[in-house]
Each structure stands twice: as structure tokens, then as C-alpha cells.
Design a protein around this ligand. Sequence first.
Ligand code: NI
Ligand code: MN
Length: 228
Amino acid sequence: MATRFCWLGHAALLFESDGQRILIDPFLTGNPSAARKADDVEADFILISHGHGDHVGDAVAIAKRTGAVVVANYEIAGWFETQGVAKVHGMQHGGGFTFPFGRVKLTLAFHGSALPDGSNGGNPAGFDLTFADGTRVYDAADTGLFGDMKLIGEGGLDLAILPIGDNYTMGPDDALRAVKFLEPDRVFPIHYDTFPLIAQDAAAWAERVRAETQTRPIVTPPGEWIEL
Ligand code: NI
Ligand code: MN
């Protein structure tokens, strides 16, 4: 089976690959743009990029209900254990691990990572994902632009998922520079329009991507499936 994904709003993403469901940063309750209710999401793995509430979101409840394995940096993985989540897998930046659905490598991200209760959330991460069918995806999660994105793009990316909301993460100008560093086949913008502070014109940004790069932008409202 091919790999497909659905943006659930803000930075929440659901991937399906080879019969496995991989949920990323499931902030659904309290997310005005959420395409699903937390109780309606199924997952085999839950990936958490950093400790902020708009990324940890409903992950504890979903992990307890579904039995999903929570994958995150070592500090966040340990925090999930203290919340009663049975299955966690801690990693660290630059390290990779091959799960049943594919390989996950934690990448650099310039951001914060304090957990909702103030616990130490380690360092924020992005995800370099290589699914079992060979599809390679980079989810930058919350970050500013950094030059090492050029290294992440080496080897070829089928998809880059980039924040464009500005203020807390890259805005449209730096996200366009990120596309030029990464040179992915396709790019999907996230982390915008959830709140007025991060309102952006994604269609206008997509036009700039089309005009200035070889990358194909995909812009959809939350809740639509996209085949890779
Ligand atoms: Ni954040
Ligand atoms: Mn965020």
C-alpha cells in the first residue's frame, strides 16, 4: 500500500503507510482548525516533535486509548511514561531507528520544548521519515530557518512539511528559502491560520514556490487525504 497523509490542522498530521497509522503532534482539543476529534483518531505510533501544548495536545489520551507507541526525544518520552503511557520510544537528535512502518530520524529544530506542566522537554526536533515503501518525508515541525536543511535535502525528499505561520516559526519568506535549501518534490505548509497571530495567505505562498522553485506546493484545508 502506498503512503498517504492527512493534515489534521495546525501541526497535526496523520500518515498511513503499509497498514500502519502514524500520528504526529496531535493537538486537536482546543484547536479551532482541527479536522478530527481526539476520540476519533486511531494510531499505531504517535510522534511528538517538542513539548509545547500545541504539539503534545491530546497525545496522552490517544496513546492510552489506542495503545500507540509514543516516539519523541528522550526527555519527552520519559514524561509520557510519568503520565501513564505504557509504550514509549526515546531517541535523540541525529539518531535514527527503524520502526515497522519505516525509519525515523530526529532532526535539528530551532525552537523551545518545555512541556505543558513546565517539565524539561529536551531539545525540539523535526522528523526525517523514510517509510517502508521508500517514500521520504521531512516534517520540520516548529523551527526557524537553518542552513543544515541543505543536508536534510540530500538524497532527495518526496515531501517537505514546513511551518509558514511566522512569529513562533519560519514565516513565508524563510519557508520559501527552506524550499530552496531542501529541494523537495512537493511541499505542504502547516502551522498557520490556527490563530490570528499566525494568519497567512498560503495560496499566495504557493504561487511564490511555483514561480521560484521546481517544487510543487500542495495547499489544502485540514482533513483531506493526499497520496504520496
Ligand atoms: Ni512550539
Ligand atoms: Mn507550535
